[in-house]
Write a protein that binds this ligand. Structure first.
Ligand code: SIN
Length: 331
């Protein structure tokens, strides 16, 4: 009995320390919200949105709540962050939508190759009823979706120029932990290799993998172009983030603080999605200025990529839901 009482007091102490005591940069008495993410640099859309959220909360909820940002996998890498959120070790995340396969299959719709013509189509889908409903696809797990942060369309890079899918035959590509992404790479006659984001540069440099797929913002800020022959402008997939918190944490906030926090979260999301295209264009220029090579596809070459990947849609139709796929494709 004594042991149980001691353990409970220790738990109560650590819970109150996590929520209400001072930590670096935050004042005593403020609810501390740690925001962990894996991206870096200063021009990346997720870096900008995360810092904007912290600036707004720290100013507008001064004395009540404080957001601390941990970029570049410095607090948690992408293999641990979702678990850490459920354990209460971090309160806010924005993981790629490709990283939720073990919690819901429905978000796989965002990974289907060529489902969105461009980011505007993806934004239209996230603003639709189906897109908004997907924010609640993991309510039962204890994840509350606050919004979608767009990052950009994705492009393939490799240690040789890729102009048509057969150029990728036999190559190994790093992918996120997404079954859809794995199937897409297999459809190109290549091998998928899931790896945490923090390991991609090293894996490309040492030849553990031959290529990867990402946005201009990730290719530039993580310097992938330095260790690849070139990047091909395929725009084959979307990269976007599930801006989220734990339901328990959110429900534990005082009502007035929660309401203000949700209003700020919404504003930050709108702003992030308005500036994302400009950030991607600037980071494409940064890649070129830094010596990265870009392959632009002809219409015929692009059609070959679309055809090679088309079978992936039917492979995942029953997991994702035909209605969800139809809504996304029609956006
Ligand atoms: C991210 O942008 O958050 C990571 C993307 C990746 O793992 O490729």
């Amino acid at each position: 009995m004594k042991k149980i009482t001691l353990a409970l007091s220790a738990l109560a102490l650590s819970l109150s320390a996590a929520t209400a005591s001072a930590s670096a940069g935050c004042d005593a008495g403020e609810v501390v919200a740690k925001l962990s993410h894996v991206t870096g640099g200063t021009t990346h859309p997720k870096v900008v949105a995360a810092n904007n959220l912290a600036d707004r909360v720290n100013k507008e909820l001064d004395g009540k709540m404080c957001v601390e940002v941990f970029p570049n996998s410095t607090l948690f890498g992408d293999s641990k962050e979702l678990e850490a959120l459920l354990l209460g070790d971090v309160q806010i995340l924005a993981p790629s939508l490709s990283k939720f396969g073990s919690y819901t299959r429905k978000l796989g719709v965002f990974d289907l190759p060529f489902i969105f013509k461009d980011m505007d189509a993806a934004i239209r889908f996230t603003n639709s009823k189906t897109g908004k409903d997907l924010l609640h696809s993991m309510d039962d797990v204890g994840f509350t979706g606050l919004g979608y942060w767009m990052s950009g369309m994705k492009y393939f890079s490799a240690n040789k120029p890729l102009l048509v899918p057969s150029d990728a035959n036999g190559l190994k590509f790093r992918v996120q932990t997404s079954d859809v992404a794995k199937a897409m790479i297999s459809a190109m006659g290549a091998s998928p290799q899931p790896l945490p984001f923090a390991e991609v540069y090293g894996a490309l440099q040492t030849g553990v993998v031959d290529g990867q797929e990402n946005t201009w913002s990730n290719i530039y800020t993580k310097k992938f172009f330095e260790v690849q022959d070139s990047t091909t402008e395929t725009s084959h997939q979307l990269l976007a983030y599930f801006f989220m918190t734990s339901t328990d944490w959110l429900e534990g906030l005082d009502a007035d603080v929660r309401e203000k926090f949700l209003a700020i979260a919404d504003d930050v999301t709108q702003e992030a999605n308005q500036s994302v295209k400009a950030a991607e264009a600037a980071n494409r220029d940064n890649v070129v200025k830094s010596g990265g090579k870009i392959n632009v596809l002809t219409a015929a070459q692009r059609a070959e990529w679309v055809n090679a990947m088309k079978p992936v849609w039917s492979q995942f139709e029953s997991d994702i839901g035909a209605d969800i796929i139809k809504a996304a494709a029609g956006s």
